[in-house]
Write a protein that binds this ligand. Structure first.
Ligand code: ATP
Ligand code: MG
Length: 276
């Protein structure tokens, strides 16, 4: 008798790029703490450090000496993403670290036809790697530029999550970012959407912070998450201990906000999946 039990096909994890070409707006802090919060509520998460500065790697306690294979090797096609993936101190949270070599990767791959698809191809391969086949989320920490590295991240992603700092020039440069997302959607990756915009470093004692929040909500509407990440000293201290804020001080306002953001992100994902 023929066995007609359907074979469960491996499912590609949901891939989110944390992108904003503005520096210091909270991309890495959000990658680390959203990743930790998602893992804490049962997701299996890989953070891909795509910034030569390597702040996500350092912030997760992976020092330079223990970064054996890196995202540079992955983009060069020398190792798979699964080989570069390392455990972190957070159960369910993994990291593909970066090294300074990544600074030179664009020159190395610029001449190849698949230069914008290097990361996408590596993520597509993950489902065939036993260690990674049950990953549910991949978060990509982008560098502060709209370079080929960021284009690789957007080409590989289902959605972009934009951290926006509550400061006077918050919206400056946003139209350039949105234009880049549009260009990637029109050419390299038609399924790319903006998952949402998260306001970071909100300071309730500062009138300007509140004004910026109101302006951004007016301009971007419901693309802006309800959760706002407050400016919180515990969040900024945590990376120097090589820990996510959620491990360093679970009860601080920053950690609690990232937990809220994680449930909001999951809720949006459910809606998006149902609509797909
Ligand atoms: N909620 C917060 N409260 C206090 N400090 C924060 C908060 N979020 C981020 N920071 C601090 O702001 C600085 C910039 O944050 P982060 O490194 O996450 O930004 P980034 O966008 O990744 O920067 P880059 O563009 O250089 O990669 C860091 O020193 C970080 O510790
Ligand atoms: Mg960063």
């Amino acid at each position: 008798m023929t066995d007609l039990t359907p074979i469960a096909l491996p499912r590609r994890p949901r891939v989110l790029a944390l992108a904003n070409q503005k520096g210091g707006v909270g991309k890495t802090t959000t990658a680390i703490n959203l990743g930790t919060a998602l893992a804490a509520i049962g997701e299996k998460v890989l953070i891909v450090d795509l910034d030569p500065q390597g702040n996500a790697s350092t912030g997760l306690g992976i020092d330079r000496r223990s970064r054996k294979s890196s995202t540079y090797d992955v983009l060069c096609g020398d190792v798979g993403l699964g080989q570069a993936m390392q455990e972190t101190a957070v159960p369910g949270l993994f990291l593909a670290p970066s090294t300074l070599d990544l600074l030179g990767v664009e020159l190395e791959i610029a001449g190849s036809k698949d230069r914008a698809h290097r990361l996408k191809n590596a993520i597509d391969e993950l489902v065939y790697d036993q260690r990674c086949s049950d990953l549910t989320y991949v978060l990509i920490d982008c560098p502060p530029s709209l370079s080929l590295i960021t284009i690789n991240a957007m080409t590989a992603s289902d959605a972009v999550l934009v951290p926006l700092q509550c400061e006077f020039f918050a919206l400056e440069g946003l139209s350039q970012l949105l234009k880049t997302v549009e260009q990637v959607r029109n050419g390299l990756n038609p399924r790319l959407i903006i998952q949402g915009v998260v306001l970071t470093m909100y300071d309730p004692r500062n009138n300007l912070s509140g004004q910026v929040m109101a302006d951004v909500r007016e301009f971007l509407g419901d693309k802006v998450y309800e959760t706002v990440i407050p400016r919180n000293v515990r969040v900024s201290e945590a990376p120097s201990y090589g820990k996510p804020a959620l491990l360093y001080d679970l009860r601080c306002s920053g950690s609690q906000a990232y937990l809220k953001l994680a449930s909001e992100v999951i809720k949006r994902e459910r809606v998006l999946r149902a609509a797909a």
